[in-house]
Design a protein around this ligand. Sequence first.
Ligand SMILES: Cc1ncc(C[n+]2csc(CCOP(=O)(O)OP(=O)(O)O)c2C)c(N)n1
Ligand SMILES: [Mg+2]
Length: 636
Amino acid sequence: MTATVRLTTAQALVKFLAAQHVERDGTEERLVTGMFGIFGHGNVAGVGQALLQAQVQSEEGATGDDVLGELPYYLARNEQGAVHAATAFSRTRNRRQVMAVTTSIGPGATNMVTGAALATTNRIPVLLFPSDQFANRVPDPVLQQLEDPGTLDVSVNDVFRPVSRFFDRINRPEQLIPSLMNAMRVLTDPADTGAVTVCLPQDVQAEAHDWPLAFFRRRVWHIGRPVPEPAALERALAVIRSAKRPLVVAGGGVVYSEASEELRAFASATGIPVSDTHAGKGAINWDHPSAVGGVGSTGSSAANALAREADVVIGIGTRYSDFTTASHTVFADEDVRFVNVNVLGFDAAKHGAAMLVADAREALRALTEGLAGWEVDSAYRQEAVDLDAAWQQVVDECYHRDHTPLPAQTEVFGALNELMGPQDVVINAAGSMPGDLQCLWRASTPEQYHVEYAFSCMGYEIPASLGVKMAVGDEHEVVAIVGDGTYQMLPMEIATIVSEGVKVIIVLLQNHGFASIGALSESRGSQRFGTKYRMRQSSTGRLDGAEVPFDLAANAASWGADVLRCGSMAEFRENYGKAAASDRTTVLYIETDLMGPNPPGSAWWDVPVSEVSALESTQKAFEEHLANKQGQRPYL
Ligand SMILES: Cc1ncc(C[n+]2csc(CCOP(=O)(O)OP(=O)(O)O)c2C)c(N)n1
Ligand SMILES: [Mg+2]
């Protein structure tokens, strides 16, 4: 007879998660290291009871088949923040380890949808357990249940389907077995990974079942490194060997595969210049002779000049977002061809590429070996070096502008870049900051640069700083840069950070509005309408009165952080030193100029402009838009 243990579904869930491990390159560690969450009636007596039992049993050193194992619990303030923290943790661990999130039903569950979409868009694993309405339907409709007169087989949790790479609902306890096995498979598959959502009806969580003990055995999931197929490798090598002006685009896949050394070796041996995306920044150190910085809409003039004339683009671990291709304009050579290295065939196939469906590290080794003896012309090598040197002068100017009366935000980035160590982490996601950071940040390691620019979600930064800090530990500073707009959207995880005794540095850039969307609005003819935080003025009826009299620094202090107000760049630098020396979470508050100046742009971004308009500003912007669209094309 099969040996079994009688546990609730929620207890079985915790016991299973505590037994999962992961292996890559010979290192074994826990796969699921903890669970964030917020309890409500949907999960307090099910998952909540199981987490408590796990804690009590481990405090008591209990032994026996019904011992659940350790799964630390972290109380978040907002479910969206919980998912961001978990996602940032996993990204920092290069997708080797994950955190889970438990929520109640209804709004607690749907609050996670944005976080799930962010994780899936970024191809980062995160494990979500939204609670769900009763599977037995006896007390329906329960508090927070959405009713559909046309079907009883629907709940708000169905909105997770398109934003999850794996979705399931546990309507009977025994369904947990195949569900969790598949959940672990997806979490640990670099090609398939993203948000994994397993909905837990509130009655089923608390229901007992006799589980086979084998379900809970110590299990190791292996993160693979698929090698390139020999014929595909030959095809890719032939394309590269025929190139006169090749350019690498290094994406997040290089970082997650931990292939920096191989990328540097490939670049040094072949002389091929290497540009990067947000997720790939630092994969090659900024001062490597082949590094030319960020490419695309907010890229460096060096990378974009090379991209324009590249005859072969070698994309490694990139999704080719519109910011990377400058909306299909930056690769301008009529006959440009692509070689794409990616674990996911979907990405490898983009732009009619010669596909190498493989792990970045394995593929780079094979390409370097296959190209032995081949390199680009020394004139081309030198051209890349010269272009980068010219761009580095622009970076220095942006870092040290001495702009008055308020500093430009690029001066803040310069100070941080100079003050932070190579293993410290800078975090950002939305606003005008990612664009500046992509072209200005000098990343010496991939760990240093954590900008979420697939979903570019305002509010990611503060919860992400918690997840990153949990991943990197106390020796490394973790610095979240947030705009005033982002701050107002999701500041509350500062309370979680403080209550967990975690130390991060938050740099709050106050410019009383949207520098980003304001500038975009102006350039697209919409005159910065609705992009400033101003009082509604009765004479105009518009939001163009005085600055709104709130004090975000005082607000940050109210969550329990130390706050240092910085009246100048000199004071900012001095206060960064204080924040770094402190063991408490510190907010550095600084007012910056809403109007920049920002770094000079060298590529376009396609944002549609109204084709007909009664406004002259819009008509003019539409003409410009049409002219810019001329350079746009499919890559076939
Ligand atoms: C959740 C979310 N809502 C809306 C947007 C669109 N958006 C992008 S940047 C931005 C304004 C950000 O303002 P702030 O944080 O002050 O940064 P700044 O633009 O001033 O640099 C908005 C609304 C977004 N990226 N994310
Ligand atoms: Mg702002």
